[in-house]
Design a protein around this ligand. Structure first.
Ligand SMILES: [Fe+2]
Length: 587
């Protein structure tokens, strides 16, 4: 179904049906979860629809009911090219589930209430959210505009059928093998340079027309976090017990992705993550540059179509931070971060204070944006505990100056962390403080983060700082203000998520703080935490079939990391690794 435009934009038409379901943790992930999803395009709706989620601990007994606590969000944007018409987003529904049990698997179903049912549903169902009357949207002036992308009437009829709350199926669509993706034919690690160059530069967008629309009322599931300060059960323990498998030792496992996009190599990463990690990952941390829309807001819809096809972020919460490609300023407009703020709902400190771009009109170079941009609170920066970890997400494109709201909030947040409860302190932001590659060294955001934030990371003994932005993988040794120091954080760059991976080394001889650097392979990281003192980091190359080496472990001030960076052995000669004496080799 669907169609493919001549410009390569692969639209999937689902008739305004409920889709793009994704999760994010609440302030306390052991008892709260936010379910977000899209419904009808906002340009079409006379009334916005009320979104709700039915929840239970058994798929046949969804006996909890939550309505969205705020009216659904929508935004519009001036198009880059007039031929595309003015862009109106689908309504974005964010339903906050509260009062859940820790470490518990829940099943849920997203529903959109018919306009005539909204009042009845409010009276019939116990619900946690405050009911709100439907609000009329005056769109008469839009209907005569030929530039508006109305979907076909036949699909609107289909949409009217789909808004009923009956369970119609629990099926899943299938995803074909990506025939267009380059395959590794050499298993001995001798792939030729020409083949690798092709891999670096392949920027084919995902074609979402190759899969069906997700069933609108599919029953999905998620697992709440363990109580704050504990590891809890292994995430897949319940499934293992059902299968008669042995109980596994407890652990928490997070996946770290950066600069993901919706390209051939993004597919490789998500496929690997879904195939090998989905049952174990508790949360996905996405270090910015999310959709790579290229100034075309329609690509936010194709991005979520892409994510729909991997059945992951509707089961596993995904936490995001802002990257330069998420600014989304249109050439003819001054709005910024509209999709980033409206399509996601992170555990916010306060409601967003989102301003507009005050610089010159016209084109904004996303690779060198102004600093700072007016975006406080909301999805801009926030923090949450998860088991024995405390996770802080920062926005390098908002102000990081000591007088800024973000900086002052960060100091307060760092001071408030009780390391006896959450010993693991992890920061995720888009720009790296340490950069061994020959790009982005003069970014205003990197300069500011290095000057203002790194001293805080050192002062408050942050364990791990994860960034993207550089389309590469890099891990430092423990370092504090450019000096090797076992008390300093380890900085990791995970920007090899799918966008062009081609950065050159800044110097042939790596800096003393550099442990690993590579800009030739795509991949993602996992952090598995076993207890208050031991954890393991894995860097996983995807779409590869060569033999890998596994390495090393080190002891840091508070906790013990075990590092595993997987590379083909033939690539080892590219690296000149140096390790401080505090690190003990395990392999
Ligand atoms: Fe970036």
């Amino acid at each position: 179904m669907g169609f493919v435009h001549a410009d390569g934009y692969h639209a999937r038409v689902c008739g305004g049906s409920l889709r793009h379901v994704h999760l994010a943790v609440g302030h306390d992930p052991s008892t709260q979860m936010t379910v977000s999803f899209s419904s009808i395009r906002s340009s079409q709706a006379v009334y916005h629809r009320v979104g709700a989620v039915m929840v239970g601990t058994h798929p046949d007994q969804l006996d909890l009911y939550f309505e969205e606590q705020e009216p659904p969000r929508a935004y519009n944007a001036t198009p880059v090219q007039e031929k595309h018409g003015h862009y109106y987003s689908p309504y974005q529904h964010h339903v906050q589930l509260q009062g859940l049990e820790p470490d518990t698997q829940y099943y849920y179903k997203c529903v959109i209430l018919k306009p005539q049912d909204q009042h009845e549903q409010h009276e019939q169902q116990p619900h946690a959210g405050a009911s709100r009357p439907p609000q009329r949207k005056d769109d008469k002036s839009l209907r005569g505009n030929p530039n508006i992308n109305f979907e076909e009437e036949v699909l609107r009829a289909q949409e009217r059928e789909e808004v009923t709350v009956d369970v119609d199926d629990d099926g899943v669509s299938t995803l074909d093998e990506d025939e267009g993706a380059p395959h590794d034919e050499d298993d001995n690690g001798s792939r030729r340079l020409a083949q690798r160059e092709r891999r670096f530069l392949n920027l084919v967008y995902y074609d979402s027309t190759r899969a069906e629309c997700p069933p609108p009322h599919k029953i999905r599931r998620f697992q709440t976090a363990p109580p704050i300060g504990s590891i809890g059960k292994k995430k897949n323990q319940q499934e293992g017990q059902e299968d008669g498998q042995q109980q596994q030792p407890p652990s928490l496992k997070f996946a770290y992705l950066g600069d993901l996009g919706q390209f051939t190599h993004s597919i490789e990463n998500l496929k690997h993550l879904v195939t090998h990690q989905r049952s174990e990952i508790s949360a996905i941390m996405l270090a910015g540059d999310i959709a790579y829309t290229g100034y075309d807001n329609r690509r936010w819809d194709t991005y979520f179509d892409f994510m729909d096809d991997f059945f992951m972020i509707d089961e596993i919460p995904m936490q995001i931070c802002a990257g330069n490609h998420d600014i989304d300023k249109q050439e003819n407009d001054s709005d910024i971060f509209l999709a980033y703020e409206n399509r996601f709902r992170m555990p916010q400190v306060k409601p967003a204070e989102l301003g507009t771009y005050q610089g010159p009109t016209g084109y904004l170079d996303m690779d060198a944006p102004d600093y700072p941009l007016p975006y406080e609170y909301g999805n801009s920066y926030y923090a949450f505990p998860y088991g024995v970890t405390h996770n802080i997400f920062l926005n390098a494109y908002a102000s990081m100056e000591p007088t800024s709201s973000q900086y002052q909030w960060l100091v307060h947040e760092l001071e408030a962390v009780d390391r006896s409860v959450t010993p693991w302190l992890i920061v995720t932001m888009h720009v790296p403080v340490y950069n061994g590659f020959d790009v982005h060294h003069h970014d205003l955001q990197i300069v500011a983060a290095k000057q203002h934030l790194e001293p805080l990371f050192v002062q408050y003994n942050v364990n791990l700082v994860v960034a993207g932005h550089i389309h590469a993988y890099q891990r430092t040794n423990n370092v504090a203000l450019d000096i090797l120091d076992p008390k300093g954080p380890v900085h990791v760059v995970v920007g090899a998520g799918g966008r062009q991976c081609k950065a050159q080394f800044r110097t042939e001889e790596p800096d003393p703080w550099m442990a690993v650097r590579d800009a030739t392979r795509y991949g993602y990281g996992t952090l598995e935490i076993f207890n208050q003192t031991h954890a393991k980091w894995d860097w996983i190359i995807t779409g590869e079939s060569g033999k890998f080496r596994k390495w090393l472990a080190l002891t840091c001030m508070f906790c013990t990391f075990c590092w595993q960076d997987h590379f083909e052995s033939r690539l080892m000669s590219l690296f000149s690794l140096q390790f401080p004496s505090a690190i003990s080799l395990m392999f």
